[in-house]
Design a protein around this ligand. Structure first.
Ligand code: PLP
Length: 369
């Protein structure tokens, strides 16, 4: 059994994907070109943002956003303590200081209450300038942007949405990647919308930031890439990847529905045994992960072993909250109480999740749990 079955996906859509990739080869243009431009236009329309700027991966997307905002030394950037490393990694990269914020015990997402406490603590201390919040749509569900937006407005902070796992999710009719002042995503193969390598994108309605990001991603280009007007980087999406993504978008909604069916099946069977995921009313998850919680760490490890013995992969996302990672031991950060993140890391387990899971497979997994 596969944790995320990219082979089944390819086999089902082989003809269309092969044709699209071969067309790029035949044309001989591998960087930029029509597929990249068409993808950016399509994605902007899908998300409901004015600009989509493609880039090399989801980590660069976060970094490009911070560069466009000029976030740097002396700035505090608020980041959930329970996320993939990238969300926090980009903050010291631009010279700013991450402030780790605890999560909500039901959704795994940034806790608005903890965020407000963390922001006022930084204001009171007066050492750093509170600058931006990076909220994460963890495991496919959008963060609570209504409440988070109230806080960013109250304190004059910029809001970034890290939708690397949330692409395809919604709150009401509004899609992920439309909630931040700048929003970002990743097309890493295992993400909800994955390509066949690395890829990412940045979304915004702001013309000025969009232009800056288009410059930063191509060596700080001015009129062209040999007219360098600032220090930038090389972060482009390959033409082949754009072609793959355009094909995958054709069946993306169908896959989201398949993931939601699998999630409903799991929840129905498992909710008496473990803590199943909470999807807030009006929210639609893209189910990057289906993550349950056990009563304690021992039960989690036992379940993982039982699944493994039956040839079923499962993963712990994440074994350590961000503040406990060695990389942040040497970096000055706040000492916020992040006990919910700490607890989650000890008891959570992500189960196989994709649109090609058979009911018999889901049944087997649930029985083992
Ligand atoms: C995967 C991921 C990223 C980084 O994406 P890459 O394309 O791997 O660089 C950033 N944030 C979160 C929450 C992720 O899950």
């Amino acid at each position: 059994m596969e944790f995320r079955d990219l082979k089944a996906q390819y086999n089902k859509h082989k003809e269309a994907i092969d044709t699209a990739v071969t067309a790029v080869m035949a044309k001989g243009q591998f960087i930029g070109g029509e597929p990249v431009a068409r993808l950016e236009e399509t994605l902007a329309g899908y998300v409901g943002a004015k600009h989509c700027i493609s880039c090399a991966n989801g980590t660069d997307a976060l970094l490009l956003a911070l560069l466009a905002w000029g976030v740097g030394e002396g700035d505090a950037v608020f980041v959930p303590d329970f996320t993939f490393f990238s969300t926090a990694e980009v903050v010291p990269w631009v010279g700013a200081e991450p402030v780790f914020v605890d999560i909500d015990g039901d959704t795994f997402n940034l806790s608005p209450q903890a965020l407000e406490r963390a922001v006022s603590a930084v204001c009171e201390e007066g050492r750093l300038r509170p600058r931006a919040v990076i909220a994460v749509d963890l495991f496919g569900q959008c963060a609570e942007y209504g409440k988070i937006r109230e806080i960013t407005e109250k304190y004059g902070l910029l809001l970034m949405e890290d939708a690397a796992q949330g692409f395809g999710g919604r709150i009401g009719e509004k899609r992920a990647c439309s909630f931040g002042d700048i929003s970002t995503t990743s097309f890493f193969p295992a993400k909800p919308l994955g390509c066949y390598g690395d890829g990412g994108a940045v979304f915004t309605d702001n013309d000025e930031w969009a232009e800056l990001i288009r410059s930063y991603k191509v060596h700080g280009k001015g009129l062209d890439k040999y007219d360098n007007i600032r220090i930038g980087m090389n972060s482009r999406l390959d033409t082949v990847q754009a072609a793959v993504l355009l094909e995958k978008l054709q069946f993306f909604e169908e896959e989201l529905e398949g993931c939601n069916r699998a999630a409903d099946f799991y929840t129905e069977r498992l909710r008496e045994r473990v803590k199943t995921p909470t999807v807030l009313p009006g929210y639609y998850s893209s189910w990057a992960q289906y993550t349950v919680r056990f009563a304690d760490e021992k039960q989690r490890e036992e379940a993982m072993l039982r699944l493994k013995e039956a040839g079923i992969p499962s993963m712990v996302y994440y074994r350590k909250p961000i503040h406990a990672l060695k990389a942040f031991a040497q970096i000055q950060t706040n000492k916020n109480d992040c006990r919910t993140a700490q607890e989650a890391s000890a008891v959570c387990l992500s189960l196989p999740m994709h649109a090609y899971l058979q009911e018999s497979e889901l049944e087997t997994i649930c029985k083992l749990i």
